[in-house]
Design a protein around this ligand. Sequence first.
Ligand code: NAD
Length: 508
Amino acid sequence: MTELATTPAEEQAGVTRISHWIGGRVVAGRSGRSGPVYNPATGRQTGAVDFATVEEVDEAVQAAKAAFPEWRAVSLAKRAELFFRIRELVHERREEIARILVSEHGKVLSDALGEVTRGLEVIEYCCGIPSLLKSEYSEQASTGIDVYSIRQPLGVVAGITPFNFPAMVPMWMWAPAIACGNTFVLKPSEKDPSASLWTAELLQEAGLPDGVFNVVMGDKVAVDAVLEHPDIAAVSFVGSTPIARYVYEKATANGKRCQALGGAKNHMIVLPDADIEMAADAAVSAAYGSAGERCMAVSLVVAVGDVAEPLIEAIKERIPRVKVGDGMDPASEMGPLVTKEHRDRVASYVEAAPAEGATVVVDGREGVPEQGFFLNPTLLDNVTPGMRAYADEIFGPVLGITRVATYEEAVRLVNENPYGNGTAIFTRDGGVARRFQFEVQAGMVGINVPIPVPVAYYSFGGWKASLFGDRHIYGPEGIDFYTRGKVVTSRWPDPATSKVDLGFPQTR
Ligand code: NAD
């Protein structure tokens, strides 16, 4: 962490200052505290992001609070129209935002475009906000009395997001929150914050009133200020499990609604009857895509019975063909890790593996480019419960193979794991697949699908230590999270007002 945001030396070195977005404009931070932002492919510092004070977080919340009464009164027709404009703008400029993601996160361009596309799905879902907020009506519940339910926005809501999806995960939050009539304060990851400012400018251009979407940059100080702020009604969090637990406990202790999505250790079970080639393609794609920095990455393949040998051979064959390089190079399939510390932490699992009893089949520390935060795809065999490589979410391009004798043993491993985000089974046996779906303890299940991220009209969320709170994110549960119900019981005297109007009835 640097003492001053963009020192003269940093300016000379081409380091950009990245500041807050409050009330419709960029607001330079005043704390004197900032963090470095790197281009992970070169290792060079490209930015210095301001870290907000408690007062600066309050300014953002006050801007959101001031914007709320007018925003919640905007008709559903106009909100839908605005979301169609947002959708068009993001779609037109997806290449622009994808390049920002590559330059600060390190993922390859095709993967960054994929991130934007999956985020766009959520924006598209929100174009249907008039339908999504339809409620119930009971006529003549009692004589002359009708009863109906409505869903109303909560007020100011906040989102705290991780580094690994700097555009998509914020979209999971701000899109449904704002479509439901709330105003929003985003605290993005300090590692790759620029996507949030890009989003703020795009939303303004689309016509979103100032103050409806705000961004405060920062670290724990900003997060705590959000969690303690009396004017924030709800907090959505996505990040690692220890912080998710902390955020959930603190937010709810302060009377806020909270959904806090945490980390993962996703097991992919391969049964002896599986299509080996398909399973190997899936394992390699899901373990090494985005350099393993996905909460839905497959980090363990559980090989059942005699499938282990042919499967490991098929995975080993594919690894040298994965093109690792700068994400801007269209030939690259896997980029670097986000920071040097993270790369070194991931590499430490490879270092420790043999002493723990695992076998290093492919060592990704070999042959990495000199500059940047690269680690090549790594394969560990004989990974067993109790080892660090089994227990921890490594969050890098390290795939472990765990060998078991039976399907029952494989399921027990998944169910005994403290995480419950995603899991997958590869088999040709429909009966076993159905049994797996019935008994496995995870929030998102793939059958011959390695990364079962739900489409936008379902909701995303894990079980156990992968989610604290009652509501999954986006989709119907997202709409539910960002609104609260009200039931009205009503009786009317005879209507006395009426007029003739031959115009075609219109919304607005
Ligand atoms: P992280 O938990 O370090 O950070 C997430 C957010 O919390 C950031 O905005 C960060 O500034 C803030 N934060 C960090 N330390 C804090 C502290 N001590 N007190 C208060 N706030 C703090 O996570 P990350 O490294 O940015 O992201 C990777 C993690 O996110 C992985 O564990 C991954 O599985 C998880 N993740 C989960 C999902 C999901 O949907 N379940 C999706 C994406 C990422």
